[in-house]
Design a protein around this ligand. Structure first.
Ligand code: DQA
Length: 138
């Protein structure tokens, strides 16, 4: 059984309430319940934090034993050398995910510290981006 984890960065705990025009009106917990049911042959975990160091600690915790990490580092994507280094430091492949099409938004969102070391990048498909990332590991 494949062991995957979704790691969500800052402000993604507010999905459903936060800028629904961009991020949709479903909470992540609701969405996660649906995909857990759909992918019963996958051991699927979920972690969210607004704290950069906690996200890095989590990557270290899972990064030598899990089969895949689905990472939406949110705003830290565009700012965090530390998160980029963490992706490089671990063994588990990381698929970078974004709900919105970051390339259709402000210029500062076009830069990613995660992409250079990610296995792949999926963005712009709403919450379905996460599902496509799961499928990429199967
Ligand atoms: C995001 C895009 C980021 O630019 C933004 O800071 C987020 C969410 C996305 O999923 O579309 O918080 O990662």
């Amino acid at each position: 059984m494949k062991k995957l984890i979704i790691i969500n960065g800052p402000n993604l705990n507010l999905l459903g309430k936060r800028e629904p025009g961009i991020y949709g009106s479903l909470t992540f917990e609701e969405f996660f319940k649906t995909i857990k049911k759909k992918y019963i042959d996958v051991e699927l975990d979920y972690f969210q934090s607004n704290v950069e160091g906690e996200l890095i600690n989590k990557m270290h915790d899972v990064g030598f034993s899990y089969d895949g990490i689905i990472l939406n580092a949110a705003a830290y994507t565009h700012t965090s050398v530390g998160m980029g280094d963490a992706v490089k430091a671990i063994e588990t492949p990381v698929v970078e995910v974004h709900i919105s099409n970051t390339f259709g938004r402000e210029a500062f969102r076009h830069q990613s510290y995660i992409s250079p070391n990610a296995k792949g990048v999926i963005l712009g498909f709403g919450l379905q981006s996460y599902e496509l990332a799961i499928q990429s590991f199967l």
